[in-house]
Write a protein that binds this ligand. Structure first.
Ligand code: PHE
Length: 457
C-alpha cells in the first residue's frame, strides 16, 4: 500500500458535532443483538447474580482497558483504523505491520455485518407480524412453526436482509455528520424511550419479581469455567472492541481535552445498564406466563417472547415496541461495523462515500446470502460441524476479535510511543490511568490469550 500517511488528514470523513454524539454513537455500537438476547440468557443460565459479577469484573479487566486504548488510538490517529495505525506505527518508530490491527478489524467488521444483517432482518419481520396481529394469542407450538417457517423461506430472509442492508447503507452513505451523527441522535433517544416504556410495561404486567430473581439471584453452583470464559468473550463483544470500530469512532471525536477515561466509562455503564434492563424486561414478560418453556439463543426472542406477548394485555402493541427496539439497536451497531472500511476507502481512494458504501454494501449483502442459505438450502453443509452462519460468527467473535484486541493491548501497552500515550490520556504514573496502563500491559493480554486459545480448543 502506498499511501503517504500524514497526521492531520483529520476531517476527510467528518467530526462528531459534540462529545455527546460520540458517547451516543459508541453506545449505539455497543448495544446490539449481543445485549438483547445473548446477555440475558447467558446470565440467567450461569447463575444470575454470580455471573453478572464475573461479567462486570471481565468488563473492568479487558473491556474498559481495550476500549480506552482503541478510542485513544483513533483520537490520536485521526483517520480510519488502518491509516491511524500506519501513522501511529510510524510515530512510534515500530513496524508498519501493526497496521494489521486495522486490516483484521475491517475484515471482521464486514464479515460480522453480513450475518448481523440477516438476524436483524428477523426483527423487522417480527415488527410486521406484530403490527398485523399475526402473533395474537399464539401458542408455543405455533410460535415455533412461525419462526421455522421464516428460517426455511430464503426469499423472506433475503427480503428482510435487503431491507436492513439498505437502511444501513443509506445512513452510512450520507456521511459522518449528516448520516451517522444524525441517525444516532434520533435512534438513541428513541431506543431509551422504548426501553423505559417496555420496562414499565414489564413491571406492571409481567412477573417482575421472577425476572429479578432469575437475573440477580446469587447462585455460585452454576458458575463454571465455561461460564467465566463466556463472560470474558461477551465482555469483549458487547463493547464492540477488537474490530477497530472504536478507533474509527474515536477519530471523529471533536475536542482534544475531553477526558477519555470518563467518556469510555459512560459508554460502558450505559451498555451494561441497558443489558441488565433488557434482561429484566424480557424475563419478567416471559415468566408472566409460567407455561412457557425458556428457549436459548434466538429462540428466546423469536419463539418464547412472542408467546408471552401474544397472551398479555396490549401484548401486540408492546411486541411492536420490543422488536422495533431490537431493530434500532441492531442498526446502530450495523453502521459502526461498516464505517471503518468505508472511512479507509474514502481516504485511500478518494472515491465518493455513497458510491463506495453502495459497492461495499452489495458485497456484504452477497456474503450474507451464505448465512441466509445456511438456514435452509445449505443447512446440511457443514465445516467442522458448523453451518456457514455459525462458522462466520465463530471466526469473527472467537478468533478475529480476540486477536484484534490482543494486538491492540500489546501495541498500546508495549510498543506505542509513551509520550503520545501520555499526551492523549494524561499521567500514567499516578491515579486511575496508572491502573489502566498496568492492566492493559499485563492482565488484558493474558486473559485474551486464554479466550482465544480455549475457543480454538
Ligand atoms: N456490540 C454489539 C452487540 O452487542 C456487536 C458489535 C461488535 C458491534 C463489534 C460492532 C462491533 O451486539
Amino acid at each position: 500500500m502506498s499511501v503517504d500517511v500524514q497526521h492531520g488528514q483529520q476531517g476527510i470523513n467528518g467530526i462528531w458535532s459534540s462529545r455527546w454524539i460520540f458517547i451516543l454513537a459508541a453506545t449505539g455500537s455497543a448495544v446490539g443483538l449481543g445485549n438483547l438476547w445473548k446477555f440475558p440468557y447467558v446470565a440467567g443460565e450461569h447463575g444470575g447474580g454470580a455471573f453478572v459479577l464475573v461479567y462486570v469484573v471481565c468488563i473492568a479487566l479487558i473491556g474498559i482497558p481495550i476500549l480506552l486504548a482503541e478510542v485513544m488510538l483513533g483520537r490520536r490517529g485521526r483517520m480510519s483504523p488502518i491509516n491511524s495505525m500506519l501513522y501511529l506505527a510510524k510515530e512510534s518508530n515500530v513496524s508498519r505491520w501493526w497496521s494489521c490491527i486495522g486490516y483484521t478489524g475491517v475484515l471482521a467488521g464486514l464479515l460480522t455485518l453480513s450475518f448481523y444483517s440477516v438476524v436483524a432482518g428477523w426483527s423487522l419481520h417480527y415488527v410486521v407480524l406484530s403490527l398485523t396481529n399475526k402473533l395474537y394469542q399464539i401458542s408455543a407450538t405455533d410460535s415455533k412453526l412461525v419462526f421455522n417457517a421464516l428460517l426455511k423461506d430464503p426469499w423472506q430472509l433475503i427480503f428482510w436482509h435487503t431491507v436492513f442492508m439498505l437502511l444501513t447503507i443509506s445512513v452510512v452513505g450520507a456521511g459522518v455528520i449528516k448520516g451517522l451523527g444524525r441517525a444516532i441522535s434520533i435512534m438513541m433517544p428513541l431506543l431509551f424511550i422504548l426501553l423505559f416504556v417496555l420496562l414499565g410495561y414489564s413491571t406492571f404486567v409481567g412477573d417482575f419479581e421472577a425476572g429479578w430473581r432469575f437475573l440477580f439471584s446469587f447462585d455460585t453452583s452454576k458458575l463454571t469455567w465455561a461460564s467465566i470464559l463466556d463472560a470474558l468473550g461477551h465482555a469483549f463483544f458487547t463493547l464492540s472492541v477488537g474490530m477497530g470500530v472504536m478507533i474509527a469512532y474515536g477519530a471523529y471525536m471533536p475536542e482534544k481535552k475531553a477526558s477519555l477515561g470518563r467518556t469510555v466509562l459512560a459508554v460502558t455503564v450505559l451498555d451494561t445498564l441497558i443489558a441488565l434492563m433488557v434482561g429484566l424486561a424480557i424475563f419478567s414478560i416471559v415468566f408472566a406466563n409460567p407455561s412457557i418453556k425458556l428457549s436459548s439463543g434466538p429462540g428466546l426472542l423469536f419463539v418464547s417472547l412472542p408467546v408471552a406477548f401474544g397472551n398479555m394485555v396490549m401484548g401486540q402493541l408492546f411486541a411492536v415496541i420490543f422488536f422495533l427496539l431490537v431493530a434500532i439497536a441492531a442498526l446502530s451497531s450495523a453502521i459502526s461495523l461498516i464505517e471503518p472500511a468505508v472511512a479507509w476507502l474514502v481516504e485511500y481512494k478518494g472515491y465518493k462515500r455513497y458510491r463506495l458504501v453502495f459497492v461495499l454494501g452489495f458485497i456484504i449483502w452477497c456474503i450474507g446470502l451464505g448465512s441466509v442459505f445456511s438456514f435452509n438450502y445449505w443447512s446440511e453443509l457443514k465445516l467442522f460441524g458448523k453451518t456457514f452462519f455459525e462458522s462466520l460468527s465463530f471466526l469473527t467473535a472467537n478468533i478475529l476479535l480476540p486477536v484484534g484486541g490482543l494486538l491492540t493491548a500489546l501495541f498500546v501497552g508495549w510498543r506505542m510511543d509513551r509520550d503520545s500515550v501520555i499526551d492523549e490520556v494524561g499521567d500514567i504514573q499516578r491515579g486511575p490511568y496508572r491502573w489502566w496502563f498496568r492492566v492493559l500491559r499485563f492482565v488484558s493480554p493474558v486473559l485474551l490469550m486464554i479466550v482465544f486459545l480455549t475457543s480454538l480448543w
